[in-house]
Design a protein around this ligand. Structure first.
Ligand code: GDP
Length: 310
C-alpha cells in the first residue's frame, strides 16, 4: 500500500486554476458520475474563503487512479500564514507548481515555492491555461526556471518535469505539439516522479498532527501523516504532547479520504494521511504514537495563522 501512495500539494497564485485542476483530476478519476454537474468547487468550500477569494484552510482529498492513491493537500497560496505552509509541506513528497501560461509566475507563488525548495522538495511544474488566447507557455517555463534559480534551487530541483494543461478543457500534455484529450499524462508524471512516502511500516506507529478541526458528531479531530507503522480504528495509542507529557486513549474513529469525502476506515498504513477522533485536547505539532512506544516526531512550527489582505 505504501508503495502506491503519492502525497502532493498544489501551490499556485490565486486564479491560476488550482480548483479547476483538482476538479479535472477528480473527474478523470471518476469521482463525479457522468452527467452529474459539478456544482460545488472542490477546494472553495469554506465560507470565509469564498468571501475573500483566497484559500485559508488546508483541506485534503484523495484521488484513486489505477493502483495509486494520490493524496492532495491544499496549501495556502498567501504569504502570511505563519507556520501553516511548512506544516502542510511536511506531509507531502512533492508539489505541483501551477502557473498560468499567460500571466507567468506571480509574487504570491514565490513564497510557497521557496518554502518547498528549502524543504528539499522537487516540484513538478504545471503550466495551465494553455488554451488561453495569447498564452506563452515556453516563455513562462523560462520565467519559472529563472525563479527557481533566484531561489537557489539545486540542480536536481532545476531538472523539473513540465506538464502543460488546460484544466478547464480537461487535458494535459508533456509536449506542446502533441495531442491530448485527457488528464492522463499528469497522473503519469505524478506517479513516476513523486516517490512513495518514506517511513518504516514495521516500526511502531507515529502520526504527526498537522491540522485540528471540530466535528459536531465526533468532536475534536486531528489530521496528519503516518510517518511510521500502522494504526487501527479502536486501538489505544499514546498522545505525546509538546511539553513531553503522555496521555493514552482510544482512537474512536479513523477516517481516510475518498475523493471529496472523509470515510471511516478500519486501518491505515505508513505514508497515508488520515484523521482521527478520540483525543479532545490534541494540538497541532503533537504526535500520536504506539501506546507501548510513545516517542514524539520532530516538532513542527505552530505559529497561529494570521490573515493579511494585501
Ligand atoms: P484558483 O484560484 O487557483 O483555485 O483558480 P480557479 O480554478 O478558481 O480558476 C480561476 C479562473 O481561471 C476561473 O475562471 C477558471 O474557469 C479559469 N481557468 C482555470 N483553468 C483554466 C484553463 O485551463 N483555461 C482557461 N481558459 N481558464 C481556466
Amino acid at each position: 500500500m505504501q508503495e502506491r501512495i503519492r502525497n502532493i500539494a498544489i501551490i499556485a497564485h490565486v486564479d491560476h486554476g488550482k480548483t479547476t485542476l483538482v476538479d479535472a483530476m477528480l473527474k478523470h478519476a471518476g469521482v463525479f458520475r457522468e452527467n452529474e454537474a459539478i456544482t460545488e468547487r472542490v477546494m472553495d468550500s469554506n465560507d470565509l474563503e469564498k468571501e475573500r477569494g483566497i484559500t485559508i484552510l488546508a483541506k485534503n482529498l484523495s484521488v484513486h487512479h489505477g493502483r495509486y492513491k494520490i493524496n492532495i493537500v491544499d496549501t495556502p497560496g498567501h504569504a502570511d500564514f505563519g507556520g501553516e505552509v511548512e506544516r502542510v509541506l511536511k506531509m507531502v513528497d512533492s508539489v505541483l507548481l501551477l502557473v498560468d501560461a499567460l500571466d507567468g509566475p506571480m509574487p504570491q507563488t514565490r513564497f510557497v515555492l521557496k518554502k518547498s525548495l528549502d524543504l528539499g522538495l522537487k516540484p513538478i511544474v504545471v503550466i495551465n491555461k494553455i488554451d488561453r488566447p495569447g498564452s506563452r507557455p515556453d516563455e513562462v517555463v523560462d520565467m519559472v526556471f529563472d525563479l527557481f534559480c533566484e531561489l537557489n534551487a539545486t540542480d536536481e530541483q532545476l531538472d523539473f518535469p513540465i506538464v502543460y494543461t488546460s484544466a478547464k478543457l480537461g487535458f494535459a500534455k508533456l509536449d506542446l505539439n502533441s495531442d491530448s484529450n485527457s488528464m492522463e499524462p499528469l497522473f503519469a508524471v505524478i506517479e513516476s516522479n513523486v516517490h512513495p512516502p518514506a517511513g518504516d511500516s514495521k516500526a511502531p506507529f507515529q502520526l504527526l498532527v498537522t491540522n485540528i478541526d471540530y466535528n459536531d458528531y465526533i468532536g475534536r479531530i486531528a489530521t496528519g501523516r503516518i510517518f511510521n507503522g500502522r494504526v487501527k480504528a479502536g486501538e489505544t495509542v499514546a498522545l505525546v504532547r509538546r511539553d513531553g507529557s503522555i496521555e493514552r486513549g482510544r482512537i474512536t474513529k479513523l477516517l481516510g479520504y475518498e475523493g471529496l469525502k472523509q470515510v471511516e476506515i478500519p486501518e491505515a498504513c505508513t505514508g497515508d494521511i488520515v484523521t482521527v477522533a478520540g483525543f479532545d485536547d490534541v494540538g497541532i505539532g503533537e504526535t500520536l504514537a504506539a501506546a507501548d512506544n510513545p516517542v514524539a516526531l520532530p516538532y513542527v512550527s505552530i505559529d497561529e495563522p494570521t490573515i493579511s489582505m494585501n
